[in-house]
Design a protein around this ligand. Structure first.
Ligand SMILES: [Zn+2]
Length: 336
């Protein structure tokens, strides 16, 4: 059955609109259309603003309570590293009607150099990473991840330990792309961003923070990559020097036209389980206006919706707190 929703305003496709209804097709696809097309009977009417569900593009679902995260306004998450079978189970539960979990898109295990990051870290359980021994093995690892339902491939490049040789990294990206999967790289330390770029990676899991990047490198990244922000991991509200480096790198990336995804690395340190106002303010500091922040937090083909009951304010100062009142819309949500 086609469903119709109307609200005081609707934020979609990069801007706030009035006089627009949302048409939800039988298959779940959501499309904004002129409000006069909505039938009088059966249309759900909301005060405030409807928008595509807010997405946190970097979480670790084993390390955080996702029910709380959804209650905190996040409708969809990207799990960027966990034990594949665990994440797979959770993602299946999240797809059940009426689930209190956010939708979960997930990467397979961290694909790493033998002995590489994060196999040397206490927080990374056995099974959450897989060592890649050769370019041929790279193709096998991507196939394994895809058969476990992964929608992304996560690769690590950490200068503090063994790194994958360039040809193996390249083979990972080629195998992922041949399977229709995008590659997210955890790049940390000198030379790792350049290595990810040279391999053809699609995204970085974090805004680079360990050093200021050269101009040419930032420009080339902006032309070919998306960066997941994770600015608030640097001090969690008590900024450390890495935060400033990350903000400056991100500002230059944005100035060169680079595309940003909002992501917080939830599960890593004392971050709020839900919409992170500090991350939003940091994105504004790096040069995104409220419409651009919303674009970084949403997907145009979203099948979930968020609702800001008092209406979204796009005035930069009040915007983060206004957005933080967003709730994930489902049948249990009743307009006042
Ligand atoms: Zn992470």
């Amino acid at each position: 059955m086609v469903r119709w929703l109307v609200a005081d305003s609707i934020w979609w496709g990069g801007r706030l609109r009035k006089g627009v209804a949302l048409r939800i097709a039988e298959n779940g696809a959501i499309k904004p259309v002129p409000a006069e097309l909505a039938p009088l009977a059966g249309t759900r009417r909301f005060p405030g603003t409807l928008l595509p569900a807010l997405v946190d593009a970097h979480v670790h679902s084993a390390l955080v309570d996702l029910t709380t995260v959804r209650a905190g306004g996040i409708g969809s998450v990207w799990d960027l590293g966990g034990v594949p079978t665990d994440v797979q189970d959770l993602a299946a539960r999240a797809r059940q009607p009426g689930s209190p979990l956010p939708r979960i898109r997930y990467a397979g295990p961290f694909l790493i150099a033998p002995g590489g990051y994060p196999s040397d870290r206490p927080w990374a359980p056995a099974g959450s990473w897989r060592e890649i021994t050769s370019p041929a093995d790279a193709a096998l690892a991507v196939a394994e991840a895809q058969s476990s339902g992964a929608g992304l491939i996560k690769v690590t490049a950490h200068a503090g330990g063994p790194m994958l040789p360039p040809e193996t990294m390249r083979a990972l990206v080629e195998a992922a792309h041949a399977s229709g999967l995008e590659v997210v790289v955890h790049a940390e330390g000198a030379g790792t961003v350049a290595a990810a770029l040279a391999a053809g990676a699609d995204m970085l899991a974090h805004t680079p923070w360990s050093e200021l990047l050269g101009d040419t490198l930032v420009r080339d990244c902006a032309a070919r990559m998306r960066w997941i922000s994770t600015l608030d991991i640097h001090g969690w509200g008590d900024p450390d020097p890495a935060r400033e480096i990350a903000v400056v790198n991100l500002r230059r990336f944005i100035e060169y036209g680079g595309s940003v995804r909002y992501g917080t690395d939830l599960g890593n340190g004392p971050l709020p389980a839900g919409i992170n106002v500090r991350e939003i303010r940091a994105l504004q500091e790096a040069g995104l206006d409220p419409n651009a922040v919303l674009s970084a937090m949403t997907e145009n083909d979203s099948r979930e919706l968020s609702w800001v009951p008092d209406g979204l304010t796009l005035e930069p100062e009040g915007f983060p707190d206004s957005l933080a009142t967003a709730r994930v819309l489902d049948d249990s949500v009743r307009p006042r």
